[in-house]
Design a protein around this ligand. Sequence first.
Ligand SMILES: [Mn+2]
Length: 314
Amino acid sequence: MNSQIIDTIKQYSTIIIHRHVRPDPDAYGSQLGLKYILEHNYPDKRILAAGTHDYTMDFLDFPDLVEDQDFEGALVIVTDTANTERVDDQRYKTGAKLIKIDHHPNDDAYGDIVSVDTTASSASELIYELFTYGRDHEGWTMTAKAARLLYAGIIGDTGRFLFPSTTQKTFAVAGELIKYDFDRNALHNGMYEMDRKLLHLQGYMYQNFKMDENGAAHVKITKDILKEFDVTATDTSLLVGSLGNVKGMKAWVILIEEDTEIRVRLRSKGPIINTLAKEFGGGGHPLASGATAYSWQEADQVIARLAEICAAAN
Ligand SMILES: [Mn+2]
């Protein structure tokens, strides 16, 4: 698969790399890590990173401005994105050829070449594997800038190596990446330092979550609460994991009210919850997924279904 991807890359002079909306470090890491690897090893090619910048990624990097005409005859690569609706910048369809590189379940196998490995900790780990193939067969070399991005993606998607998706290979890849010269401490601070108002909201979540006897929990964050804490719905993504620290917790849902919808963020320490996300038009990983509800009644149905799932798992 990696040989097919590299053969294809060699055929195109413009390559545009996309990732998913609501980006996280692995989205940026895999997208921009790949961009810098390709730029470095094919200086004659034009490599562009598409998608809208999100300020939560300011510490990490920035995408490029991509014009409509850039897509003409271009190779498009989408990383870390399970389904087409979540591709940031829907012009991804307008390129000449499409490659998907991802580690989420391959329910939507879009693209002319589909490289999906659900055993990988992150898309960034897959980009590193692509790199090792390029290194061994094409003489590719890595840069510190690319290594920093891939490392950030791995750290982000494994929760600093805590999640079960972390394998021996993940540690080995991280071990290779830290050989390059980048400021790990500054990167970690960028990833994990939080605004005090966000920490105040985290305090609110710890004070107000409800958990049943089977370890199913939820907390509702209404628009009024967001206003009170001066936090946006997007900001709350950084707090989703925090309830996992609660003893006895099996799975939890955080419901964040926006203007026309309620964002549903599901996390689990065991019971499979992406099936639940799918019931409500969403998706994601077995233990970390998301969906959208359009009323508090619908949100309450998610809470009830989560309780059922945790009861069945007990
Ligand atoms: Mn990912």
